[in-house]
Design a protein. Structure first.
Length: 341
């Protein structure tokens, strides 16, 4: 069954990509309306600090913001992120139209940005590719957003997909790009928040989806791949994790050590958050590969609440001390960058 949440609350009809917005050279605010293309507006940006306002509607297209489009703001025209949806349906294993192969995980993204200083707010980014519709495809990662620019800020954004919803990456293996997500809603099933960026999630809502499979765990929320030299990986603070699946069906995280960066030392801190019963409280972490056990990674929690946060087997839930917790805050992770809400 196709997920209904993608289209909930949308004012306006489906928009096909290809049409271009009416733009003027040098204009600081560009408007995209039904019948226009978001990508065409991105292409028309001719200087730093521009704003693209997307009006209510569903825009079925792939959007790619290159590194040259610095300090760009992309926002929905209303404060309700359900009113503006940018959605497409490529997966890792989807064949490219030119016959050159498949898209791969990163290439499957509906939204990609390499631009430093990017702000995205008040809209929805989604990948509505479904496994059930494509049983012939084994590469089932289907990314909604792939971001790898420093000072990336998502505010009041919905991110919807299944496997690998949000790819928080960096522009190079030895670069520690910072990303900040505030009041965002992120849903998925397998490793749906993953990557090596320094990524802070504050006041966010993570939701695990129901899966019609016989095995458990049915998925994991986080899969960090932090570089060993980076003291800061993924931080979730004052957030909540809920589930549409049965109790205990999901793990909180597993470490991702990529084949192209076997020195990675994944880091995840979840603190001051409410974890619902969908997370396995007894054993909230698992391995992606036995060669890289989660116990050897930087996985910690601090002052979490809720049934999924119950510490029943202490060795399975490493906790920060109060002194250690002072090093795992938004300001510690973001340094001299102070994103504005």
């Amino acid at each position: 069954m196709r997920r209904r949440t993608v289209l909930t609350g949308i004012a306006g009809g489906l928009v096909a990509a290809g049409a271009g917005p009416a733009l003027a050279v040098g204009r600081r605010v560009l408007h995209v309306r039904p019948g226009d293309s978001v990508q065409a507006a991105v292409d028309a940006v001719d200087g730093p600090g521009r704003t693209i306002v997307v009006h209510p509607g569903t825009y079925r297209e792939v959007v790619d913001i290159p590194v040259a489009k610095a300090e760009l703001t992309l926002r929905g025209a209303t404060r309700d992120p359900r009113d503006v949806v940018i959605v497409y349906d490529n997966a890792n294993g989807t064949q490219k139209p030119d016959g050159s192969g498949t898209y791969g995980t990163a290439g499957s993204a509906t939204f990609t940005s390499a631009a430093p200083g990017l702000t995205v707010r008040d809209l929805t980014l989604a990948n509505d590719w479904l496994r059930a519709d494509h049983p012939e495809i084994t590469g089932t990662q289907a990314v909604a957003a792939y971001t790898y620019g420093d000072r990336t800020h998502f505010e009041n954004v919905r991110l919807l997909a299944h496997q690998d919803t949000l790819f928080v990456e960096t522009s190079a293996l030895d670069v520690f790009d910072r990303q900040y997500f505030h009041r965002c809603y992120i849903e998925g099933d397998v490793d749906f928040v993953f990557g090596r960026a320094t990524a802070v999630f504050e006041d966010c809502h993570f939701r695990t989806l129901r899966r019609d499979v016989a095995f458990t765990p049915k998925g994991m929320v986080f899969a960090p791949s932090t570089a060993r030299a980076n003291p800061h990986g993924i931080l979730a603070v004052r957030s909540r994790i809920t589930s549409a699946a049965e109790d205990g069906a999901y793990k909180l995280a597993r470490p991702w050590v990529p084949s192209y960066e076997t020195t990675a030392w994944p880091s995840l801190v979840v603190r001051d958050s409410r974890i619902g019963p969908g997370i396995d409280a007894v054993a909230p972490y698992t391995n992606m590969r036995e060669a890289y056990p989660w116990q050897s990674m930087r996985f910690r929690e601090y002052r979490n609440t809720g049934p999924g946060a119950a510490v029943t087997v202490p060795e399975n839930r490493p906790q920060l001390t109060g002194a250690e917790a002072e090093k795992h805050t938004r300001s510690a992770y973001l340094g001299d960058w102070r994103p504005r809400a």
